[in-house]
Write a protein that binds this ligand. Structure first.
Ligand code: G6P
Ligand code: ZN
Length: 560
């Protein structure tokens, strides 16, 4: 029976501007009549003429509202001329896996339903993000045009009666106004696993984990924090690499992530940290809700700072057969520590410095300028896809361990002995008053961007003097297409190379989150506590910002 397309009259909503990574709001915002439809229509209309008979992929991290949103998107795709939608069973798809599918099947793009590491549930967050044909988050020009469209939308198109069953794997065919429309419900894990098997030596990793004869197995503890990675972790680490089911946790995706923040850091993944401290595991890892972020721990809870993780992986890519002799360049986001730069310098490999947001790596990868990249915000990945990839990072680390046959801690010690150590910490002040934060940054800007600020001297409690060498609001010119991203965060750089960076988060859904990133380099004192080493610089940053006065916060919400 043919189903008809309906045009529904609507009016624009304010604020449908995608942030660092898509549109993220409280679920109740998306549940308003026409709100989700308006944004989806804006995405579909901005695809332009290529939408006719194209294939799109849809799926998300399993949080509350993913399933109804996926069904709405499918009905709107049918009405907007899309030929086929690939959807993960029960609307499940990790962000990296969506990127795999877009690239493998040369799709026009995909729609990801996630608010990443933000909490989920009826009273928490939801999000919608559009990825383009390279498999990566839509670049600024695309998200800007989606936002512009949303400001003047007057109707959207939908096939209201289209009844799809997204919980059964298989192909469903529909007739939409005499045109064929196909929905293929797929197992969301299969294509992702196939790619991981191409990239990594699964036999070697299995030997490592299971051990053999005289060598005992390398014990891992993987925590999916009830996010989307559960089924991927189960298939890869348990079924294929032979880890015991006891070595994986929280592998059933829950709509509210068990009421917790699905964010892999020392605060929100504290259970994993404690289990690592108490148990005899060799490597621990956790991922965020949609599976792109990772946190890695060594035995006894040894914390691997994401900036260091990137540097060490970059320095050891030859441990992964598929990357051997194929490294063209490295990249890191501006607030990420310069540990990577030292590897680049020593190996004579160029390092690009981009604004915060994975989307800025996409052009560099498409132009084959970089192979591996990462961010301090627990993101690590490579040119295998155009998203960061949590499980990839664990497989990469296991490959490095398997090739060195030593502990993570020893690998880091050797790395720091060779290159010195970039001590790094990040202070997050979540959900502050947005107006107050704006005022704080205005005052800060006028202070630090005035010419008299250069040369200003600060005294640390240990008697060290920091002299301001450079202060700016970071601007980025994309080396591939020349596009400019301006005002990406304040950098205060001192003469000895220490620095601090201040920016507002682009991923929160309410209030403002202030991030203060602090870094200093030590060539020989490599085994100290970062909080001790950076304490004075942190205070200098907070006092210059007058953060306590403006936000009323004595302590940060999260320290990394
Ligand atoms: C997301 C993006 C990352 C980015 C991070 C920054 O996870 O995918 O690429 O680094 O957000 O978030 P923020 O809250 O600091 O803007
Ligand atoms: Zn994420």
């Amino acid at each position: 029976m043919s189903q008809e397309v309906v045009s529904v009259k609507t009016e624009p909503f304010d604020g449908q501007k995608p942030g660092t990574s898509g549109l993220r709001k409280n679920v109740s915002v998306f549940q308003q009549k026409h709100y989700t439809e308006n944004f989806v229509q804006s995405i579909l209309s901005c695809i332009g003429p290529r939408i006719k008979d194209c294939t799109l992929v849809v799926g998300g991290d399993g949080r509350f509202f993913c399933k109804p949103a996926a069904e709405t998107i499918i009905r709107m795709c049918a009405a907007n001329g899309v030929g086929k939608v690939i959807v993960g069973k029960d609307a499940i798809f990790s962000t990296p896996a969506i990127s795999v599918v877009i690239r493998k099947y040369n799709l026009v793009g995909g729609i990801i339903l996630t608010a990443s590491h933000n909490p989920g549930g009826p009273n928490a967050d939801f999000g919608i993000k559009f990825n383009t044909s390279n498999g990566g988050p839509a670049p600024d020009d695309v998200t800007n045009s989606i936002f512009e469209f949303s400001k003047s939308i007057s109707e959207y198109f939908i096939v209201p009666g289209l009844s799809v069953d997204i919980s059964t794997v298989g192909v469903q065919n529909f007739d939409v106004s005499g045109r064929k429309f196909v929905v293929e419900v797929v197992d969301p894990v299969t294509d992702y696993v196939a790619l991981m098997k191409e990239l990594f030596d699964f036999d070697a990793l299995k030997d490592l984990i299971k051990g053999n004869g005289e060598k005992s197995g390398f014990k891992i503890l993987i925590d999916s924090l009830s996010g989307v990675t559960g089924p991927y972790v189960q298939r890869i680490f348990v079924d294929l690499l032979g880890a015991s089911p006891d070595n994986v946790r929280n592998v059933i995706p829950l709509e509210d992530f068990g009421g917790k923040h699905p964010d892999p850091n020392l605060t929100y993944a504290a259970d994993l940290v404690n289990a690592m401290k108490e148990g005899d595991y060799n490597l621990g890892a956790a991922f965020d809700g949609d599976g792109d972020r990772n946190m890695i721990l060594g035995s006894k809870g040894f914390f691997v700072n994401p900036s260091d993780s990137l540097a060490v992986l970059a320095d050891n890519l030859e441990c992964i057969p598929s990357y051997k002799n194929k490294v063209t360049g490295y990249a890191r986001s501006m607030p990420t520590s310069a540990a990577l730069d030292r590897v680049g310098e020593s190996r004579k490999i160029k390092v690009y410095e981009t604004p915060t947001g994975w989307k800025y790596f996409g052009n560099l990868m498409d132009a084959e300028k970089i192979t591996i990249c990462g961010e301090e915000s627990f993101g690590t990945g490579s040119n295998h896809i155009r998203e960061k990839d949590g499980i990839w990072a664990v497989l990469a680390w296991l490959s490095v361990v398997s090739s060195h046959q030593s502990s993570l801690e020893d690998i880091f010690k050797k790395h720091w002995e060779k290159y010195g150590r970039n001590y790094f910490t990040r202070y997050d002040y979540e959900n502050c008053d947005a107006d107050k934060c704006r005022q704080m940054l205005e005052e800060f800007e006028s202070k630090v961007l005035s010419s008299s600020f250069i040369g200003k001297k600060y005294q640390s409690s240990s008697g060290k003097t920091y002299v301001v060498k450079l202060a700016d609001n970071f601007n980025y010119a994309d080396p591939v297409d020349g596009s400019i991203a301006s005002k990406q965060g304040f950098r205060i750089i001192f003469e000895d190379g220490s620095r601090y960076v201040v920016r507002l988060s682009g991923t929160g859904s309410s209030g403002a989150t202030v991030r203060v990133y602090v870094e200093s380099y030590e060539s020989s004192q490599i085994l100290e506590d970062p909080q001790v080493m950076l304490g004075s610089l942190v205070n200098i940053a907070l006092e210059t910002l007058r953060l306590r006065e403006y936000t009323g916060r004595e302590e940060p919400t999260v320290i990394t």
